[in-house]
Design a protein around this ligand. Sequence first.
Ligand SMILES: [Zn+2]
Ligand SMILES: [Zn+2]
Length: 149
Amino acid sequence: MDYEGIMHAAGHRVTPQRVMILDAVCDGGGHTTLKQVYARLRTMDPSIDRSSLYRTLKVFVRLGLVVSAETLTGETVFEIPRRQPHHHLICRTCGNEQEIGHEAIKGMVMQVSREYRFKVDMDHLVLYGVCEMCQNDDRSPDRPKDAAV
Ligand SMILES: [Zn+2]
Ligand SMILES: [Zn+2]
């Protein structure tokens, strides 16, 4: 990804710290929380502070360099977008997370766009529900660990 070009085009300077932050998100290899990114950064540069990290991540999300999603616990996770959009299924009973390809929901999203003339952000969606395992497990009644979103 030409992140330098994207940052320049948006009028942002490419600082070593910003590159380091992108690297730290990338090192997560998937969803990574602010806390995890922060911990990784601290090992590289102890002077970095949390609020500037947070601001930078928000800029990255706006520029499309990073995608974010909210989890059940209300925590925001970050991730480097991949060539193919992907989405997540999160079980609200056990918290299990499953990744799905774009094909699975493409039809639904297209129908929404057609019917409501609404352009859905489809680079990263999170769908909540109950996973197969929990549906079959009557020993653990459906009790969400956290309040439903
Ligand atoms: Zn994701
Ligand atoms: Zn489950």
